[in-house]
Design a protein around this ligand. Structure first.
Ligand SMILES: Cc1cc2nc3c(=O)[nH]c(=O)nc-3n(C[C@H](O)[C@H](O)[C@H](O)COP(=O)(O)O)c2cc1C
Length: 246
């Protein structure tokens, strides 16, 4: 059984050094007991029903108040997101929390430059038609009105100690799940958010000085809705339309 650091394959994982090794199919593996208390069914049903209602109330907000938000609430929501499952537990995400007004101004300027080109035709007629019910355009005040931006980056690969590039697996899926958990955590903590995906997003790496292995995934303005906030009148698919039971 491998029991030395030398026999451990390089994985990029952070591990608890004191947990003993156990073998699985001849490979080193460290396990810990997992025994969560089982929730009574009545409580499960009540929790699920309440969560469904609370999540139903979540809306994408594009008009933000400039009121500050408690930074710790945002950090805790990011900590929730960072508990997400990920392909091979590679946790291929970086969350950059931007509160500095000057950096937000630079992000807005660069985003509006790209969005102007997109709305002027780069998106194509079909995409523009899909966006029309949302009432969006190239002007993005949420990037400077919202008191915080979370810029999410995907780590496309990780670097070994000798500088070798190692592939990350299921990066899109993993980061998408983490962002879903982030949006849920923000909403359940009383904050509003928007997933903004200006295309292309390269300017975010430049403005925020991110390394080459990271690729921007989304900018998420976070704050409180403006007092006169309006949201598009959208209808969500019913459970019957999205659930297939076999
Ligand atoms: C991957 C993704 C990208 C999005 N990109 C944008 C965007 O660039 N700009 C925007 O205003 N909304 C964007 N949205 C928000 C969607 O338009 C919004 O979630 C959808 O209209 C449903 O509204 P709801 O979130 O209020 O339920 C994006 C959402 C997702 C999941």
């Amino acid at each position: 059984m491998p029991d030395t650091e030398q026999s451990k394959p390089e994985t990029g994982h952070t591990e608890h050094p004191d947990t003993p090794w156990t073998p699985i199919h001849g490979q080193p593996y460290r396990s810990v007991p997992y025994r969560p208390a089982r929730m009574p069914t009545s409580e499960s049903l009540a929790q699920a029903a309440e969560l469904k209602e609370r999540m139903r109330e979540r809306r994408t907000v594009r008009q933000f108040s400039t009121d500050p938000v408690p930074p710790q609430v945002v950090r805790d929501a990011i900590a929730c997101a960072a508990t997400a499952p990920s392909g091979a537990h590679q946790q291929p995400w970086t969350f950059v929390l931007v509160r500095d007004p000057e950096v937000r101004r630079r992000i807005r300027e660069a985003a509006e430059h790209e969005e102007q080109i997109s709305y002027d035709g780069r998106l194509g007629e079909e995409w523009l038609a899909a966006l029309r019910p949302l009432g969006t355009d190239e002007v993005k005040p949420h990037l400077t009105d919202a008191p915080a931006l979370i810029v999410v980056f995907q780590q496309r690969y990780w670097l070994g100690e000798d500088g070798t590039k190692h592939k990350h697996y299921y990066v899109d899926e993993s980061v998408g799940i983490a962002v879903g958990m982030l949006l849920s955590a923000l909403h359940l903590s009383g904050l509003a958010a928007l997933v903004h995906t200006p295309s292309p997003m390269r300017f975010l790496s430049e403005v925020l000085g991110r390394p080459e292995n990271e690729k921007a995934f989304a900018v998420i303005p976070v704050g409180y809705p403006a007092p006169d906030c309006q949201v598009p009148d959208l209808v969500r698919k019913s459970l019957d339309q999205v659930l297939v039971e076999v």
